[in-house]
Design a protein around this ligand. Structure first.
Ligand code: NAP
Length: 349
């Protein structure tokens, strides 16, 4: 057993889907973890993590901090060696005012970075960016795939895509301007569409499409493609970005091969059809999606993605971090099983 106490990692937005899996992966790898939550009184949102830490004999505590205020961030980073800044608004629909997403994403990222740079203990910060900061609003690459050299064009972006692009750009600018004696190491992780098992019974934005296919709130499948990636592998990517000597100063795309939603539906239909789920696999024509989108804000968001394959290369993460992702079919089956286990979907009557 190690003589030294474990390094402490701050994970922001611990109540979230990806952050929760990061906390789990870190605890399983022997790190002490501190999570930020908006409101420590809402313990039910992190009760699953407290239970896991107790089961593993790991060290986990929570502090309150919000992306829209400076309060709490200095205390949050105190004593931490690493910071994984995962929190950012990720709602299932376009907000009325883009600043509802852009401000917390950009200002919150800078708050976390300022606190980390001012601390005596933080060595490295890993930021959760998004494919939305790489490929949005750009033409499809003529040959090959989008890489870490690409940046989304904010003038063509949805508010969420804009929030992620501006937040990551602001982070790299802040980092470049830090005085030498305060220079932190910084790395960004850029996931595609993240799916996978839920740790608690709440459908978050990223599992919305699997949820809709299973509960048939979509009668047919829009022609949308995603670079699906498993949340457990995204958590590992964050840890590798935190540990690897090669990672500082780098962006890493972590995304699986692109998969059309119709192929996702077929995997689910094959798996769950025999168990009584009637998963739609027919194509939803654009006009029908457009019509449905007039009444459904999530489908409105989907309109912009129709017919565009999401072509991303994860080669750099594979080569430099030794990162791997599991097959999309396994992620989809595990996501579906977890929605069933949490009672969030039921077979057709
Ligand atoms: P999520 O489950 O909705 O988690 C978002 C987290 O951010 C929650 O903990 C939420 O706290 C917190 N948060 C939001 N606004 C906040 C504010 N103003 N102050 C403090 N905390 C705030 O979303 P997720 O899918 O795990 O996303 C996590 C990160 O991954 C985000 O940066 C997202 O952009 C990025 N990402 C996600 C995907 C994906 O497919 N899911 C893909 C690429 C990148 P509450 O629980 O209190 O609301």
């Amino acid at each position: 057993m190690s003589q030294h106490p474990p390094d402490t990692v701050l994970v922001t937005g611990a109540s979230g889907f990806i952050a929760g899996h990061c906390v789990e992966d870190l605890l399983r790898h022997g790190y002490a973890v501190r999570g930020t939550v908006r409101d420590v009184a809402r313990r039910e949102k992190v009760a699953h993590l407290t239970a896991l830490a107790a089961e593993l004999g790991g060290r986990l505590d929570f502090v309150a901090a919000r992306l829209d205020t400076d309060e709490g961030w200095a205390d949050a980073v105190a004593g931490c060696t690493y910071v994984l800044h995962v929190a950012s608004p990720n709602p299932p629909a376009v907000p009325r005012d883009e600043d509802e997403l852009v401000r917390p994403a950009v200002d919150g990222t800078l708050r976390v970075l300022r606190a980390a740079a001012a601390s005596d203990t933080v060595r490295r910060v890993v930021l959760t960016s998004s494919a939305s900061a790489v490929a949005a609003g750009r033409p499809e690459p003529k040959s090959g795939r989008h890489t870490e050299d690409d940046w989304s064009l904010v003038e063509n972006c949805t508010p969420y895509e804009k929030s992620k692009t501006l937040a990551e750009r602001a982070a790299w600018r802040f980092h470049a301007e830090l005085p030498e004696q305060r220079r932190l190491e910084m790395t960004t992780v850029i996931p595609g569409l993240v799916a996978g098992p839920l740790q608690r019974a709440e459908v978050t934005t990223s599992n919305e499409s699997v949820h809709r296919l299973l509960n048939r709130s979509m009668p047919a499948v829009p022609r949308i493609s995603w670079s699906l990636v498993d949340v457990r592998d995204v958590a590992v990517a964050h840890r590798l970005a935190m540990e690897s000597p090669k990672a500082p100063g780098n962006r890493y795309i972590c995304a699986g091969p692109d998969i059309w939603m119709r192929d996702m539906a077929r995997v689910l239909a094959d798996e769950l059809g025999p168990k009584g789920f009637r998963v739609p696999t027919r194509n939803l024509p654009y006009w029908a999606l457009w019509l449905a989108a007039r009444f459904d804000p999530t489908l409105r968001l989907a309109l912009g993605f129709v017919g565009r394959p999401e072509l991303l290369s994860s080669e750099k993460a594979v080569d430099e971090l030794g990162w791997r992702t599991r097959p999309a079919a396994q992620t989809l089956r595990d996501t579906a099983q977890s929605l069933i286990d949490h009672g969030l979907v039921k077979p057709a009557a």
